[in-house]
Design a protein around this ligand. Structure first.
Ligand SMILES: Cc1ncc(COP(=O)(O)O)c(C=O)c1O
Length: 492
């Protein structure tokens, strides 16, 4: 870490602007507070509103070279070890959209890990790229999808000689981390860049006890959801270009794609929070992560001691598709107690106002940030889990049940873009089997599409999505959120 990382040039420039009490003859109309609704002013505070200024403000984004905004991005690139970093104001979702558009400059085919986030699929719709899907390893015991192996990636690239990139996800929602070094080797041997959706791994750059992060392992373009664990404001994220990416993916192309996918009024609050979160991660990240990781070791042990409960942890490492495990997600395996994750989640809210990141039939996932000093939340979760487990008692046969793996993915009959934009109709879900979907169906949790635009629907998948809804989950991407109807392609 260099002394430069102590600085927050963009945040400082924002604060200087607000301190000067300038004549704000520009947007936004709240004018730094005086024009705002009283409730908003009370809730957010005058200070926050005074820092909410437009892009191209003199002394903040323009007027010097490099501007404070550019300096902040340079510091972020340095902190993560990137050739260049872009601040994103539409989440890691924007990073995925931009990545697809950047790739589409090079050609029309791409290899994509099938359990990608829905924003990757949206990117295929926007870019028109034709995906060859590479199947992740599905855990035979837990039924959850992990990462891609290098053999699977190599096979998919062999089958797609026109591919212009390989696009993988690591870590997964459940904390499985891929062998990025080997995936980079495979991609480069096929002459294509490796794009890593590392939305869940922005913190991994700041502690040697965590799995190696994608840029350090040689990835070419890395999507990072900085807000998730590193703790910038919700919706702020970064896109990083790797040092070795020069020949395979162009900086200018990425730059244009970032511009195309963002508002012309990016939020200064989001950008300021990225500048500050980068400083905290670079300067204090190691110490903060040491504390958080130690507290989570303890919490995992306490949860395992509760009758019927287990945790996902480093024991996963070495299973197919799991090169390493990221401990900052606390995934609780609830198969051994007499209630599902859907039933336990509201119980935990009732017992201790515990609000989880994700819950499903057999698992609860709590997310911990890098800066949780003292971590009172972990002991609160453990105490509430103990009470809930006592309420529901053990499920003696349930410990062997799988994590309810979703059915196999359907055949891709046309590109996601062709299906999304082409002629289509809405049919009752009961008549949709065999038709080509014109929309995504992604059961939440965990938001990984079960069906993509362009894929043929099966009765099995429709029943799976329906049963997730009945159990208390939801479905993203569907025009009918209750799945009474499905939008399908009109085939001639
Ligand atoms: C793997 C993955 N990629 C991308 C995203 C999108 O991130 P954001 O919510 O910052 O747009 C998510 C969100 O959960 C994700 O899990």
């Amino acid at each position: 870490m260099t002394a430069r990382q102590e600085q927050t040039p963009y945040l400082d420039a924002l604060c200087d602007y607000a301190r000067r009490k300038p004549a704000r003859l520009h947007v936004p109309g709240h004018k730094g507070g005086p024009g705002a609704d009283r409730g908003l002013l009370e809730a957010f505070g005058e200070r926050a509103l005074s820092l909410d200024i437009p892009a191209l403000t003199y002394g903040v984004d323009v007027g010097m070279e490099p501007s404070p905004f550019e300096q902040a991005q340079l510091l972020a690139a340095e902190a993560w070890g990137a050739k260049r970093a872009w601040f994103l104001i539409n989440g890691a979702s924007q990073g995925n959209l931009a990545a697809g558009l950047a790739l589409a400059h090079r050609g029309s085919e791409v290899v994509v890990q099938r359990n990608a986030h829905s924003s990757t699929i949206d990117s295929l719709v926007l870019s028109g790229l034709r995906p060859t899907f590479a199947a992740p390893e599905v855990d035979p015991e837990l039924g959850i999808a992990h990462c891609l192996t290098e053999e699977t990636l190599a096979r998919a690239l062999d089958d797609t000689p026109g591919a212009v990139g390989a696009w993988v996800t690591s870590p997964t929602y459940f904390g499985a981390v891929a062998d990025i070094r080997s995936l980079v080797e495979v991609a480069h041997a096929h002459g294509v860049p490796l794009i890593v959706d590392e939305a869940w791994g922005a913190h991994m750059a700041f502690h040697e006890g965590l799995p190696e992060h994608a840029l350090a392992a040689g990835a070419d373009l890395v999507i990072s959801s900085t807000h998730k664990i590193v703790g910038s404001l919700t919706q702020s994220a970064m896109l990083h270009l790797g040092h070795g990416a020069g020949e395979v993916i162009g900086e200018d192309t990425v730059d244009r794609a970032v511009t195309l996918t963002e508002s012309t009024s990016p939020s200064s609050l989001l950008a300021g929070s990225l500048d500050a979160a980068r400083r905290q991660a670079a300067v204090h990240g190691r110490e903060l992560l040491t504390n958080t990781m130690a507290a989570l070791v303890l919490a995992r042990a306490e949860i395992q001691a509760i009758d019927g409960l287990d945790v996902l942890d480093d024991r996963l490492t070495g299973r197919p598709g799991v090169f390493a495990y990221d401990p900052l997600r606390l995934a609780v395996d609830v198969r051994g107690v007499g209630a599902s994750g859907y039933e336990l989640a509201p119980m935990l809210r009732e017992i201790g106002d515990i609000n989880l990141e994700l819950y499903g039939q057999n698992v609860l996932v709590a997310v911990f940030g890098m800066g949780e000093r003292g971590l009172p939340e972990a002991s609160r979760l453990v105490a509430a889990l103990r009470t809930a487990a006592e309420w529901v008692g053990p499920d003696l046969g349930g410990g062997q049940a799988s994590f309810a793996a979703p059915p196999p993915w359907g055949e891709l009959a046309m590109t996601p873009r062709e299906a999304y934009l082409g002629p289509q109709e809405v049919v009752p879900a009961s008549q949709a089997a065999g038709r080509i979907a014109a929309e995504s169906l992604a059961t939440y949790p965990p938001g990984i599409p079960n069906v993509l635009p362009g894929e043929r629907l099966s009765a099995e998948t429709l029943a799976y999505v329906q049963s997730t809804l009945e159990l208390g989950g939801s479905v993203r991407g569907a025009s009918d959120r209750l799945l009474r109807t499905v939008r399908v392609v009109l085939e001639h």
